[in-house]
Unconditional design. Structure first.
Length: 125
């Protein structure tokens, strides 16, 4: 999802306010400029990360907060990494047992994955 100019500005201002609160304007911990309203800054940040995204699950379009979609994606990626590691071990064991060269198999798989990823495009709603 692309952020609008206003959302980018709000996010930048919110993060800047928190940064200023933590480090202070002159690098002094805890010094807080009078112009910074922390609850307002946090609210602006939350509004950006809570923006809904659309995704399709079982043929139905769902609207969920961006922050939840990010968490779900993180969980799925961790699962995929574990699955790939398991499959790689299995292929190595099978290749070694049948007299094949595991390094050659890994090189071919890497080349195939890189070729497939070159054509991958991601679109946001």
């Amino acid at each position: 999802m692309a952020l609008t100019d206003q959302q980018q500005t709000d996010l930048y201002n919110g993060v800047s306010a928190i940064y200023a609160c933590l480090l202070g304007v002159n690098g002094k911990l805890g010094s807080l400029p009078d112009a910074i309203n922390i609850p307002s800054a946090i609210d602006r940040i939350y509004k950006v990360v809570a923006q809904p995204v659309q995704r399709t699950v079982d043929g139905k379009v769902q609207s969920i907060p961006q922050i939840q979609d990010n968490a779900d994606t993180n969980t799925m990626v961790r699962g995929l990494v574990a699955t790939i590691a398991s499959l790689q071990s299995t292929v190595n064991a099978l290749a070694t047992g049948s007299g094949a060269d595991p390094a050659a198999i890994q090189e071919a798989a890497q080349a195939g994955a890189e070729a497939a990823l070159r054509n991958l495009t991601l679109k946001s709603a």
